[in-house]
Design a protein around this ligand. Structure first.
Ligand code: NI
Length: 373
């Protein structure tokens, strides 16, 4: 496969985006492209996931390359000639780029099998946006011998030709919470006949931010956002309860636990102060993505050698289930500059296709060299 063919592959899957765990067509296209090279597939429990393996001519280490494949429930407004043909679904996070770049790397590695010492396992993961796929794929028996993992992500803030590489945490642990504050509904003209849960919810929303400003070291990042509130349905009835949903984002596991505990305590105490009760439910997300220092240094020098501009990527408090693969294995999450001007998850998000082939070449070279170390 050459650059033009890889771009055509990318445009095709961009046109036909599929939501999390529904990536049937995309994974079929990936398998079709790989099958032509005689690449072997390993068992995978997710029907829309694939694990391909390229075994080198000589023994060596086992390297994992991971791409995610799912799109988002967004209506595309990019105006691209190859824009989504599926109403309400769009590759707005560039997972089509990741799939294509890693497929390109796999095809290049298949061509260079004679040079390869060791094994490269290529993971095409479904369901990243819902944080479901990584948890399952990372535990597949076929992947338990992987010694290092690599993944990429599109990065609109950098132009094509630039790679963002940085050690330490680069993506946050995204935990979700649902708090229910319960009082007693009544006529809004006679609040003393009931217990109003709304002032309790309001007090909690304001107080909770002190966990971020007062409750931790200022040099340790954390974000707490209330994103969904629900109470009542009209102006003259005090509702029985208030529902508050939001997210806690952290980069450090200890801080993550502390803030989870403190938010629960605060909700309970504030509810109690207002004669209400509260309940908190956590939906624990994947951990923070931690880039391994040695792998990062290696990749930085290879990137420079291959003519990329290398810059440190900014941390983001977004989440990424690539961290599921890194629980016991070192890895590296690489930001690939794709320009475009709009952020990930925006209806006008686009990538510069010129970034695709160099990214495929970089990951092939990186996997080839790391397998032989
Ligand atoms: Ni993404």
């Amino acid at each position: 496969m050459n650059e033009q063919q890889l771009i055509a592959f990318f445009e095709d899957i961009h046109r036909h985006p599929e939501l999390a765990l529904q990536e049937t067509r995309t994974s079929g296209k990936v398998r079709e492209a790989l099958a032509a090279t005689g690449v072997e597939f390993l068992p995978c429990s997710l029907p829309t996931g694939s694990i391909a393996v390229i075994r080198g001519a000589k023994p060596g280490r086992t390297i994992g390359l991971r791409a995610d494949m799912d799109a988002l429930p967004i209506t595309e407004e990019s105006g691209l000639p190859y824009a989504s043909e599926v109403p309400g679904v769009m590759h707005a996070c560039g997972h089509d780029f990741h799939t294509s770049a890693v497929l390109g790397a796999a095809l290049l590695l298949a061509e260079r099998r004679n040079e390869l010492a060791g094994t490269v396992k290529i993971v095409f993961q479904p369901g990243e946006e819902t944080s479901e796929g990584g948890h399952i794929m990372a535990r597949e028996p076929a992947l338990q011998d992987v010694e290092e993992y690599y993944a990429c992500h599109t990065y609109p803030a950098f132009p094509a030709g630039m790679l963002g590489l940085k050690t330490g945490p680069v993506m946050a642990a995204p935990d979700a919470f649902t708090i229910t504050i319960r009082g007693k509904g009544t006529h809004a003209g006679n609040p003393h006949f009931g217990v109003d849960s709304i002032p309790a919810a309001a007090a909690l929303i304001l107080s909770a931010q002190t966990l971020i400003t007062r409750g931790k070291d200022a040099f340790e990042p954390a974000v707490l956002s209330f994103a969904h509130l629900q109470a009542g349905n009209t102006w003259n009835i005090i509702p029985e309860e208030v529902l508050l949903e939001g997210t806690l984002r952290t980069l450090d596991e200890d801080l993550r636990k502390t803030l989870r505990r403190r938010l629960g305590e605060m909700a309970e105490m504030i509810a109690k102060a207002h004669n209400c009760t509260s309940e908190i439910r956590w939906d624990i997300g994947p951990g923070p993505v931690m880039n391994d220092p040695e792998l990062c240094r290696y990749a930085q020098s290879l990137a420079r050698e291959m003519g990329f501009d290398v810059a440190p990527q900014a941390n983001t408090m977004g989440g990424e289930d690539f961290s599921e693969y890194l629980r016991d294995v070192p890895g590296l999450f690489v930001r690939v500059g794709t320009g475009g001007g709009y952020t990930n998850h925006h209806p006008k998000f686009t990538v510069n296709e010129k970034a695709l082939w160099p990214a495929a070449r970089f990951f092939a070279e990186l996997a080839l060299r790391r397998a032989g170390i």
